[in-house]
Design a protein around this ligand. Structure first.
Ligand SMILES: Nc1nc2c(ncn2[C@@H]2O[C@H](COP(=O)(O)OP(=O)(O)O)[C@@H](O)[C@H]2O)c(=O)[nH]1
Ligand SMILES: [Mg+2]
Ligand SMILES: [Zn+2]
Length: 919
């Protein structure tokens, strides 16, 4: 009786017999809905039960991953795939086949691969996602090895004397282990090794053997503890791709590394000329509710005295200023606390900064609501956006409180923040345990690893400092506290950066230009003009464009200026005043926009060739559909700029009307997915170009007027509900859960992104309906505390082809969500399928996607809670097997790159804008 392992079926092809566990599980996928305690109590018993059942249960076998290239006769089988088989030892059947050239053991439970030396002909060995602690020494016998993957194990040390026997090794993955060093003899692979991944390990110093790998093309060292990179690494010709983010780098600083190999090389060349200078700099973000005292603290610290901000002088957007204490340069970012800015703030909340969370103690009450509004909201956002930040809570208005009151409120705030941290930790632990306790933990390795990573990096909350901003002694005290913290290398390993002198010189010159009289308020400058201005200065006469771009890239990353080289329309514009961006956003994303529309002056209307009646129409369209036509936007922006005395930049930010050029405003709004451009078209365009997979899809320029949808202002829901026609019990539906919550503006951005891919759509507040191939997909947002998800639904398809289309469509939605969520590194997103039995609370967690469709080996899935059985294709993107299958299609890969490009398998669509077609 074989439970697991290789047997041969009549046809002579290899199959794996195993127990997919159909029909008997008490703790099938339904257990996810159970309470944690019950789960852990039941664990031991169920393990036994599972094992015994496994012996006696007659089970349907399934074909292991097809072996397309294996030859038909067993004795010359070259390739074996045994992933996700729960193997604890290598099956003897595998080891008895010395001709084997490729063995995939991914996602098993192997602690060792004893016997592997018998497979002396192996070229490819994959043992990723297992439980290996000790490096398998037998690998030294695999002298023909070209590809070796040992990632996602627990390996701490690799002994000498292995790699010197592997002169053909081209590809080596060791990421996600616990390595701190590499053996010296890795250098023996110098002629062959092209790809090396040692990311997510514990390297503190760069492994020197790597420098000898003369043919290395791709190197990953992300998420280690590296401080310094050797110059020699970049001097060879071979390296094409290098990733080092997530290291506390000083030399070169991570902002330089992010610029790519060429910039790193330039950096080292610059360092050669003069010695590097240590620059100690820290971005400091002031966050907190309106009227907390952020601007007051900011100004008082800068001027070294109590400096009260008059009440009417509200911060608009963000104010940025630079200031020094001792040899530290602080870049203060003072954020406005009003709700209207939350949509855009996250863009500017960046990692590795000191966060000063300001709380007005006089206003604060020791109840939950006050905490949530004044503190909790910000902590949650920091969790999601910059999960390993350091936060210094500062309580203000101490002078308006009793002494005892201050103490009471301080301990209340600190206790509640601690409770939030504990809650997050326990949530993450709960998710981790759910995956570990599931029937198939091996299919969740990637999700598990990501959760573990989130669990290990959390906010550092410093002790609350209570101050009276009107008293300069308190300001002094606060200054001392801040300084003490930023000097702590444990807290801020990246404060010190080694920079070539020219970086500092250019920065100083730019600050000088920014503050000069001639400089316009908006601070926008053409790159070429900036270069000519800078190179007029004697000491910068040799500055060339490439070096300037390197430095701008660095200054952008540290937050001193803004340069979006990746936005086509903005690549030659440098924003010397980053705050101007907020001013720009605020022209269209702000509260009371309707009133602004209504008050556009008659003069402005006339200048834009519009009438009062047009204005009423604009208001009506905006109120009912959250849409503005191009003319309305122009008039609105013009009116607001004129009333703020900034008329001179109108053409520049709105574009030239006669050429229908796109102004900077829309490039920005589009980049941040704050609005969607739609065109009202009457019918399909007969001249439209054909879509050819793999080729860019040029859309024809439409002459009709552009409309812009601002999802933030959507309010009605009826229309979408009507087109959709209500949920049916039979629908395919999945949910992507968000923890701790769906970030502010996330759904709106999802809407903009997905509607630009699917030209036929209906949108509403918190829901939208997309149409593809005539089939609708409904997406609904539900953002309740501890129950935040987006639900994706489509009608139950008929037949295999329709299933394929339906799941492709759903998967595209899932991938857009995942792509977006990458901007919130502390956000946990998990895809689940609710049980299809009415009233059953169970949900199936999706397996890891590995960049492709989640797979299940089973054809039938059983709910562990209600016991009902379902065809797997109703729950996961699995298309039912047809009796006579056509030649296998290449696997479909879904890939959403960035705004405008979506890839499905070999085909890739680049969408600039599609037209709305009337159906
Ligand atoms: N009495 C007193 N007033 C303060 C204190 N801190 C700030 N204020 C006042 O509170 C108001 C709001 O401060 P502001 O810095 O503009 O708050 P922001 O919205 O957080 O930037 C201003 O009028 C300040 O003068 C303080 O500690 N004590
Ligand atoms: Mg302020
Ligand atoms: Zn169920």
């Amino acid at each position: 009786m074989v439970n697991e392992g290789l047997v041969s079926d009549q046809a002579g092809a290899w199959v794996i017999r195993s127990c997919p566990g159909v029909g008997w599980r008490k703790r099938g996928w339904g257990c996810q809905a159970e309470h944690r305690e019950e789960g852990s109590q039941a664990r031991g018993g169920n393990e036994r039960e599972r094992l015994s059942k496994r012996r006696i249960q007659p089970v349907p076998h399934y074909r292991a991953m097809a072996q397309p290239r294996a030859c038909q006769e067993q004795d010359c089988l070259r390739e074996v795939t045994l992933s996700t088989q729960r193997l604890r030892v290598l099956p003897p059947a595998v080891l008895s086949n010395p001709a084997l050239e490729s063995l995939d053991l991914d996602r098993n439970k192997l602690r060792s691969i004893t016997g592997i030396s018998k497979l002396g002909n192996l070229k490819k060995l994959i043992v990723s996602k297992n439980e290996i602690v000790d490096f398998p020494n037998e690998i030294q016998s695999l002298i023909y090895l070209e590809k070796l993957e040992l990632n996602q194990n627990q390996i701490r040390v690799i002994p000498e004397g292995i790699f010197c026997h592997l002169p053909r090794l081209k590809h080596l993955r060791l990421n996600n282990n616990r390595l701190g060093a590499l053996p010296r003899d890795l250098a023996a692979c110098r002629g062959s090794l092209q790809y090396l991944n040692i990311s997510n390990n514990l390297f503190r110093t760069f492994p020197h053997a790597v420098l000898q790998l003369a043919n290395l093309q791709e190197l990953h060292v992300q998420n280690n503890a590296l401080r310094q990179l050797p110059r020699e690494l970049f001097q060879g010709q071979s390296l094409k791709m290098f990733k080092a983010n997530g290291n506390p780098l000083r030399e070169p600083p991570s902002e330089v590394c992010a610029g790519g190999i060429q910039q790193i090389l330039n950096y080292f060349n610059q360092l050669q000329d003069g010695s590097g200078q240590e620059d100690k700099r820290i971005k400091t973000m002031f966050l907190g509710a309106s009227l907390a005292g952020k601007s007051t603290i900011c100004r008082s610290l800068k001027q070294r005295q109590a400096k009260l901000v008059p009440k009417e002088e509200r911060t608009v957007g963000i104010e940025i200023s630079e200031f020094r204490i001792e040899d530290f340069t602080f870049l203060f970012w003072d954020f406005a606390g009003q709700l209207e800015y939350y949509m855009t703030h996250h863009v500017f909340i960046t990692p590795q900064a000191l966060v000063i969370l300001v709380i007005n103690l006089h206003m604060y009450q020791t109840n939950d609501d006050a905490f949530k509004d004044l503190v909790g909201f910000w902590i949650n956002n920091l969790f999601m956006r910059v999960p390993n930040s350091v936060v210094l809570p500062v309580g203000t208005h101490v002078d308006c409180c009793q002494k005892q009151e201050v103490e009471e409120k301080r301990s209340n705030i600190m206790a509640k923040i601690a409770a939030m941290l504990a809650e997050r930790k326990s949530n993450l632990t709960h998710f981790i345990n759910n995956l570990e306790d599931s029937e198939e933990p091996e299919v969740y390795v990637d999700q598990w690893e990501r959760l573990k990573e989130m669990e290990s990096c959390t906010l550092t909350i410093l002790d609350l400092v209570a101050v009276n901003c009107t008293d300069h002694r308190d300001i002094k005290k606060l200054e001392a506290t801040i300084l003490e913290h930023v000097k702590n290398e444990e807290l801020f390993p990246e404060v010190v950066r080694v920079l070539p002198p020219v970086y500092r010189e250019v920065e100083a010159a730019i600050v000088d230009i920014t503050q000069s009289e001639e400089m316009a308020d908006h601070g926008m400058m053409d790159l070429q003009y900036l270069l000519s201005e800078l190179s007029q200065r004697d000491h910068l006469a040799n500055l060339d464009r490439e070096l300037l771009q390197d430095i701008l890239r660095y200054l952008h990353r540290i937050g001193l200026l803004v340069w979006y080289e990746e936005i086509k329309h903005l690549e030659s514009t440098v924003f010397l005043q980053p705050t101007f961006l907020i001013t720009t956003f605020k022209l269209l994303v702000r509260d009371r926009l309707v009133q602004q529309l209504e008050s556009i002056s008659v003069d402005t209307l006339i200048a834009e060739h519009a009438t009062i009646r047009d204005r009423s129409n604009w208001v009506w369209a905006f109120k009912s559909k959250a849409m503005l036509c191009h003319q309305a936007v122009r008039a609105l922006v013009k009116y607001q700029l004129f009333s703020e005395g900034m008329q001179d930049i109108f053409e520049e930010i709105m574009g030239d009307k006669t050429h229908r050029g796109k102004g900077k405003l829309f490039s920005l709004l589009e980049h941040f997915e704050l609005c969607l451009e739609v065109r009202q078209a009457k019918a399909l365009n007969p001249q439209a170009s054909e879509f050819v997979p793999g080729r860019t899809w040029e859309t024809t320029q439409d002459q009709s007027e552009s409309w812009y949808l601002f999802p933030t202002y959507l309010n009605q829901t009826e229309e979408v509900a009507e087109v959709w026609g209500g949920d049916h019990h039979e629908d395919l539906h999945i949910r992507t859960y968000f923890s701790p919550e769906i970030p502010e503006g996330f759904f709106h951005r999802f809407l903009v992104k997905s509607c630009s891919f699917y030209s036929t759509h209906w949108v509403a507040k918190a829901t939208c309906l997309l149409v593809c191939n005539g089939k609708p997909l409904l997406i609904k947002e539900n953002n309740q505390r501890a129950y935040s998800y987006l639900e994706l639904r489509c009608r139950k398809p008929a037949g295999a082809t329709a299933f394929q289309l339906a799941w492709d469509f759903l998967m595209a939605g899932v991938f857009i969500i995942q792509k977006l969520s990458e901007e919130w590194p502390g956000l946990h997103v998990c895809v689940k399928t609710p049980c299809r039995t009415a009233g059953c609370p169970a949900e199936l967690i999706w397996p890891d996607m590995d960049g492709k469709t989640p797979m299940t080996k089973e054809d039938v899935k059983t709910c562990g809670t209600c016991g009902h059985r379902f065809g797997a294709e109703l729950l996961l993107p699995k298309v039912p097997r047809q009796p006579e299958t056509a030649p296998a299609q290449p696997p479909v890969h879904y890939y959403v790159t960035s705004y405008g490009t979506t890839t499905f398998g070999p085909s890739s669509i680049h969408v600039t804008r599609q037209n709305i077609t009337s159906e």
